[in-house]
Design a protein around this ligand. Structure first.
Ligand code: G3P
Ligand code: CA
Length: 268
């Protein structure tokens, strides 16, 4: 069995750019991630799936609309995804330097993301429905090693945080790379599961939990902290809500507007 769960920095409220700075640019595009970096988010958030030809891609939905209909990501080659047209009405207020030769709005692979941002940013990566993609954990860990993003020693913040709704997948990662902080995600409907006993089990492999902001109360934060887990609510965009999350002791937020969160934190 693997060792205890990795720890997350205490007393640092993490600004996690949800799908990049996705309020301003197409989610999960290089533009969206680039904007998040410019806005000084602590992490860019990726949602990872695997294509038919084994490419890891970052996009939210497990399916895509192609000219010949709706297809599961697992049924299409990366080549097809590259052709999906996405538009942006980004006003260009912040200058983002972007790679040459890649449409900054298109669906990108994790290899493209890692080779562009290297270790200049921190990555908060979700394994999305990993049960649909056998071997996705090993494939992702392999890439992280290849790009020098593991191991994580000496970083002020962990370079990599992994998250999933799928506990089995997280445990698999924990067995192989116990130094990576893991976040167990919950959907709102599972809130009733969150007893102290449940959370103690989670703390054996994970460093924190992520859940919808609507169920994150001061009492919940205290319960979670009581078993040494952190909590990252999603998706928190309004100034008022950000302040409330800081006040009740949440350890960070997923936000589509990292610039707003940075401003609020500076004022606090
Ligand atoms: O990963 C945290 C949060 O992003 C989960 O919801 O659907 O936006 O990936 P979703
Ligand atoms: Ca996500």
């Amino acid at each position: 069995t693997a060792s205890v769960a990795a720890s997350l920095p205490a007393d640092k409220f993490l600004i996690i750019a949800h799908r990049g700075a996705s309020a301003y640019a197409p989610e999960h595009s290089l533009l969206s991630y680039g904007l998040a970096v410019q806005m000084k988010a602590d992490y860019i958030e990726l949602d990872v799936h695997m294509t038919k030809d084994g490419e890891l891609v970052s996009m939210h939905d497990p399916f895509v609309h192609l000219p010949d209909g709706r297809k599961w990501i697992a049924e299409v080659d990366f080549q097809e995804l590259k052709k999906v047209h996405r538009e942006s009405d980004y006003d260009g207020k912040l200058t983002v330097s972007l790679p040459e030769g890649i449409d900054p709005l298109r669906i990108v692979s994790t290899e493209e993301i890692f080779s562009y941002f290297q270790d200049d940013v921190n990555y908060y990566i979700e394994l999305k429905s990993p049960a649909s993609y056998p071997g996705i954990e090993e494939a992702l860990l392999g890439q992280l090693r290849e790009f020098g993003l593991l191991p994580l020693e000496d970083a002020e913040l962990p370079k990599i945080i992994l998250q999933s709704f799928d506990a089995a997948s997280l445990k698999k990662v924990h067995e192989q790379e116990p130094a990576i902080p893991l976040i167990q995600l919950y959907s709102a409907k599972n809130e009733t599961m969150l007893t102290k006993k449940q959370l103690e089990k989670v703390a054996e492999y994970a460093s924190g939990i992520g859940m919808d902001k609507s169920i994150v109360t001061k009492e919940l934060v205290e319960l979670v902290h009581g078993v040494d887990l952190h909590v990252h609510p999603f998706t928190v965009n309004e100034e008022q809500e950000i302040r409330r999350m800081i006040e009740i002791g949440a350890d960070g937020i997923f936000t589509d507007m990292p610039d707003v969160a940075v401003e609020v934190l500076e004022e606090e």
